[in-house]
Design a protein around this ligand. Structure first.
Ligand code: FAD
Length: 313
């Protein structure tokens, strides 16, 4: 009797994992946005602006700048976003949180952005300092949905909000969290950007649940290309993103080899965005961590090409 190789036996038995559909090279490239954090030192500032210049030719729809915990980076966020508005062709979006501040204080920051020509706010609640539970400020906006409504009263901002495919860690239930997302959109936000995730099917199932709940606004996946696995695992535990065992397995033994880590990171993220793209997702938000190369490579894989030819390095 002819001996059939185990792989062929499995193949004949129908144990197949379908390949990703072939690329549709005539489809328009996806819309991208990039997130940066405000720099603390002159060296980090230089790194950020190198990153911005490197990614600019990819023509993102907008670029956003985070707001440190409890508004701790207010001056640096404002300086970065204002410089983006003043000196570049990019559309800047300022993250703004309402934790630990009065309404008047938050409103004044928002008015300052409007005066600086910033028209897009990523409206967030923010977190209490480590070790304490969140409690609304007595004279402040209680939750992000209240902040969205407040911003709407101030000016005609474009507003993005946060969404959690794996449910926000302190939500009463997945349904309550989804109701909250709907409230934020109904209060005047135009898009949600998700917390990053590694299990792509979790995000796709979340889209199904959101649609069933009557949410029709875009829910843009937040993509975090991870090359520092240990750091990402620690941060994920805090923000409620589960880290699948396979991810740790892929990075095992690469601790002292940053180059291999970066290659692994780009393959993991490329696989993720290709799967999303094959499922019809055509907009992506990248957590760049102020480093351009992984984001650039993954955008390239998605079919995005620089405007005006290859970017200068
Ligand atoms: P909310 O939408 O207000 O929800 C917070 C929690 O409260 C949820 O569990 C929700 O279900 C619950 N909730 C909402 N309304 C009510 C209610 N009426 N009664 C009871 N429970 C309620 N943090 C920063 O400090 N700076 C940043 O720049 C920043 N950028 C971010 C960008 C993105 C894309 C994401 C996903 C997160 C970001 N964060 C940032 C983190 C964010 O501040 C935290 O995740 C925070 O814990 C929740 O913020 P939120 O806007 O989602 O809050």
């Amino acid at each position: 009797m002819t001996k059939v190789a185990p792989t062929l036996q499995r193949w004949l038995a129908g144990e197949r994992i379908g390949p990703l559909p072939a690329r549709n090279t005539s489809a328009p490239p996806p819309a991208l946005s990039f997130e940066f954090f405000p720099p603390k030192t002159p060296a980090l500032k230089q790194q950020l602006w190198h990153c911005i210049h490197r990614l600019t030719p990819l023509a993102p729809r907008f670029v956003s700048v985070t707001y440190g915990a409890g508004g701790s980076t207010h001056a640096r966020t404002h300086a970065t976003v204002s410089r983006l508005a003043r000196e570049t062709s990019l559309v800047p979006a300022a993250h703004l949180t309402c934790v630990g501040a009065t309404r008047d204080e938050v409103d004044a920051v928002a008015r300052g952005y409007w005066a600086a020509g910033v028209r897009h706010i990523v409206a967030l609640r923010g977190d209490a300092p480590a070790g304490s539970a969140y409690a609304p400020h007595p004279g402040g906006y209680d939750y992000a949905s209240d902040l969205v409504a407040g911003l709407r009263r101030i000016a005609d901002f474009e507003i993005s909000v946060a969404a959690y495919p794996e449910t926000h860690p302190s939500a009463m239930s997945a349904q309550a969290d989804l109701d909250n997302l709907k409230r934020k959109l109904d209060s005047g936000a135009t898009r949600a950007i998700t917390q990053y995730f590694f299990d792509t099917s979790t995000y796709l199932r979340f889209l199904d649940r959101a649609l069933a709940a009557g949410i029709t606004a875009p829910i843009v996946p937040g993509i975090m290309p991870v090359s520092n696995y240990e750091q990402a695992a620690r941060f994920s535990a805090l923000c409620g993103t589960s880290v699948p065992a396979w991810l740790g397995h892929l990075f095992e033994g690469t601790e002292n080899d940053p180059e291999i880590r970066r290659i692994v990171a780009s393959i993991v993220a490329a696989e993720q965005v290709r799967t999303l793209q094959a499922n019809g997702v055509d907009e992506f938000h990248f957590y760049t961590l102020n480093r351009p190369d992984l984001t650039y490579a993954i955008a390239h894989i998605l079919g995005v090409r620089p405007k005006g030819g290859l970017a200068d390095r």
